[in-house]
Design a protein around this ligand. Structure first.
Ligand code: ZN
Length: 244
């Protein structure tokens, strides 16, 4: 399994299964007509005793969405099953970070009753009133909850080892998460700023966009991080975090 433990910070990718979508939604201007089984991979970080979950996977989709997306889970997959395998319940999570509020990233927010939710203020505002072209990507019941939102503006240091980094473009308030390991390497949870490996390696912007120019700038910001180990939100060939 992808358990990466290093001194006082440990990281694990969880598997919430996969969902189908047109691959052209993942990379701008490519893959027309292709369907992709996109991985869903929330990340669990334990830092300074805080249990931090980055993204909560895809929620139970309304019929309007199941016509377009099939959710595929093997036994043992899914956010609750994955936490259970680690001896954890949803109530044990102290902090949830949502990279953004698209339905495949905040779908299980409601499970985490004891968590504070760290979201960029620009993202929460936009989620309630998205542009027409972005409406289908937000499902209000997934994020409009009686929970404790901590609204972030810009960079934010969550713990000694964990940073939130604004990476807008895919959405107005998208953020990525950087975990600094004691040996100097940095695990960079890109979110949908980099849906697939080629987004970082070839500077290919996502297919779903609020602003293309801003998205490219965010990719360049992620590329400028030294000693980075990138995690791509939906790359189905990268399911584990392996730290050699
Ligand atoms: Zn998204």
């Amino acid at each position: 399994m992808g358990l990466a433990m290093s001194g006082e910070v440990s990281i694990r990718l969880l598997v919430d299964g996969r969902f189908t979508l047109p691959k052209a939604l993942l990379v701008f201007g490519k893959y027309f007509g292709e369907t992709y089984e996109a991985a869903l991979k929330p990340m669990l970080i334990v830092s300074e005793g805080e249990r931090i979950l980055v993204d909560t996977g895809i929620g139970p989709l309304p019929a309007k969405h199941t016509r377009f997306h099939k959710v595929i889970r093997k036994p043992g997959e899914g956010i609750e099953a994955q936490l259970k395998a680690l001896g954890l319940k949803p109530e044990d999570i102290d902090v949830v970070v949502n990279t953004h509020l698209h339905f495949d990233h905040c779908g299980n927010n409601a499970l985490f009753k004891n968590a504070k939710f760290y979201v960029q203020a620009d993202e929460l505002r936009y989620a309630y009133a998205p542009d027409k072209f972005m409406k289908n990507a937000y499902i209000r019941s997934f994020f409009d909850l009686e929970v404790d939102y901590v609204l972030i503006r810009g960079r934010y240091k969550l713990t000694e080892h964990v940073w939130l980094l604004p990476t807008p473009g895919h959405t107005p308030g998208h953020q990525s998460v950087v975990v600094e390991l004691p040996d100097g390497r940095r695990v960079v949870y890109c979110g949908d700023a980099a849906t697939l490996r080629e987004c970082i390696e070839r500077r290919n912007i996502p297919g779903v966009l609020w602003r293309a120019d801003v998205a490219l700038r965010s990719i360049d910001r992620l590329r400028s991080i030294r000693n980075a180990i990138y995690i791509y939100a939906h790359d189905n060939e990268q399911l584990e975090l392996l730290l050699p």
